[in-house]
Design a protein around this ligand. Structure first.
Ligand SMILES: Cc1cc2nc3c(=O)[nH]c(=O)nc-3n(C[C@H](O)[C@H](O)[C@H](O)COP(=O)(O)OP(=O)(O)OC[C@H]3O[C@@H](n4cnc5c(N)ncnc54)[C@H](O)[C@@H]3O)c2cc1C
Length: 459
């Protein structure tokens, strides 16, 4: 069987490797438009912090290693069209002026995503900066060496990470977010507020409930770049040296536009086997939808962890539907040094929106004689105590809990199942109880209080 994969990053590589493992007789082709494979975007924050080198520490594999597996890898080769009826893929290598086409038996789309751009205008690389690949990272790094004041638009995961890094590099940073709380897709308000406080402590000005309506370029000789005046629709317009746009990602699914069904944000709609609406086309990673079990819906969830899982599952299911992907809980850990955030499952807001009779407890543990702390927020079903999600943050890293709780969600565990689990002892805290024991204790307290209130109301 001839299998063509479009895109040679996490999802494409994971699919190709798994096909090699399970079906060594198949012919596998990967077309990748850049000159490299396996670039980890999480290296970008580390590079901007001066902790890692982009050219030597950003890629977990290279073209030679992939070819040694017997995979036909074409780099610097862009797929320009897919004809689903003819099963025909056309490609070009612009540099070498080479053009070609290939007929597939099965196609795996692993073409990833691109950063969403504001409708407000502005020139990318001059006054607007994006964060997705190595090129973006180098351009941004060069720019910030000369800049004094930047605006970051969008306080999602990338916006918050980059704001902190640039503030630590001595820039004046204004973080502008259209919603009432930062990280609103990841955290409940109490945790968002804690993070906002941390950002403000680090000197970042956080503007909430505000949208950049217009960017007007104004000249400034000092850094030989135009400055940008951002209209916020209030008196408080700001003028900055550049704008970093981090308003999320969009699926790169245009090659199949009108040829397969699409879902949330135009991502290629796939089932739990990573099959699209066309039986010979699978889609994985940032170009595809993700089925989120807890909300019983296909959503757009562009995470590296999913790209690897989905790629491997597509590899297994390339001939026939054999193995559905495991439960997706949206597990994520932020790339932030000295202030750690991680989450899995639903926030309380999402849980209630989905009709769960949910509640949450928030627990903050302090380190003895220190300002350091770790805080956790457990979301659970009120009646059964089924775990629905957790969020953790703090200057002490307890992110590892989210993996444990992700598994708890997957196995339909209730919080009591974890209470006396044999977790290693974490010393140094004022409260030495384990996180699971502590949150269960808080739930019991909350329930006792509710019962007492009810009895008082009844009497
Ligand atoms: C700064 C940053 C930090 C992040 N941090 C995290 C994190 O901490 N945790 C996490 O889970 N996720 C994180 N992510 C998201 C994560 O990087 C993506 O989810 C992941 O890269 C998706 O992998 P992918 O293979 O599906 O797509 P991509 O990485 O987008 O790769 C798609 C590949 O397809 C190629 N391609 C596209 N079109 C064509 C074509 N027509 N022909 C040939 N090749 C093509 C592209 O060149 C690219 O190499 C982060 C992202 C960024 C930008």
């Amino acid at each position: 069987m001839k299998i063509v994969i479009v895109g040679g990053n996490h999802a494409g590589i994971a699919a190709a490797r798994r096909i090699r493992e399970d079906y060594p007789e198949d012919e596998v082709y990967i077309f990748e438009k850049s000159h490299e494979v396996g670039f980890v975007s999480q290296t970008i924050p580390l590079f901007l912090m001066g902790q890692q080198k982009l050219d030597t520490q950003g890629n977990y594999t290279n073209p030679d290693e992939i070819r040694k597996l017997g995979i036909n890898l074409y780099i610097e080769t862009e797929v320009t069209s897919v004809d689903v009826k003819e099963k025909l893929v056309k490609y070009k290598n612009e540099e070498k002026k080479e053009y070609g086409e290939i007929v597939y038996d099965k196609l795996i789309m692993a073409s990833g995503s691109y950063p969403s751009l504001p409708p407000t205008g502005g020139k990318v690389g001059e006054s607007l900066f994006l964060i997705k690949d190595k090129h973006d990272a180098l351009v941004l790094d060069h720019f910030v060496q000369h800049a004094k004041h930047v605006a970051v638009i969008g306080a999602g995961l990338v916006g918050v990470e980059v704001s902190r890094i640039l503030a630590k590099r001595g820039l004046q940073v204004t973080l502008i977010h259209a919603r009432k709380r930062i990280l609103n897709d990841y955290l409940d308000d109490v945790m968002s507020i804690e993070t906002e406080k941390q950002l403000e402590k680090e000197g970042i000005r956080v503007l909430l409930n505000m949208r950049a309506r217009n960017y007007e370029t104004v000249e400034k000789k000092l850094i030989r770049r135009p400055r940008v005046k951002i209209s916020l629709g209030i008196d408080d317009d700001i003028t900055v040296d550049g704008v970093i746009v981090s308003t999320g990602f969009r699926p790169n699914s245009y090659l199949l536009a009108g040829q397969v069904e699409t879902g949330d944000k135009g991502a290629i709609l796939v089932d739990k086997y990573m099959h699209s609406s066309n039986p010979d086309i699978l889609a994985v990673g940032d170009c595809a939808t993700t089925y989120m079990d807890l909300i019983d819906r296909n959503v757009y969830n562009p995470h590296a962890s999913d790209a690897f899982r989905q790629g491997a599952v597509a590899g297994i299911n390339i001939h026939e539907k054999k193995q559905p992907i495991g439960l997706t809980t949206g597990t994520y850990r932020f790339n932030m040094e000295d202030f750690f955030i991680a989450k899995t499952g639903l926030t309380l807001f999402e849980a209630m929106e989905q009709g769960w009779d949910a509640d949450f407890v928030n627990y903050r543990n302090e380190v003895i004689n220190s300002d350091d702390f770790a805080s956790g927020c457990l979301v659970y079903e009120r009646k059964t105590h089924k775990v629905l999600g957790i969020q953790v943050l703090g200057t002490r890293d307890i992110s590892y809990y989210v993996n444990t709780f992700s598994y708890a969600i997957q196995t339909d565990a209730v919080i009591e199942d974890l209470e006396f689990s044999d977790f290693y002892f974490e010393h140094g805290y004022k409260d030495p109880m384990s996180f699971a024991s502590k949150v269960l204790h808080l739930i019991r307290e909350k329930e006792k209080e509710a019962l007492a209130n009810q009895e008082e109301d009844n009497s």
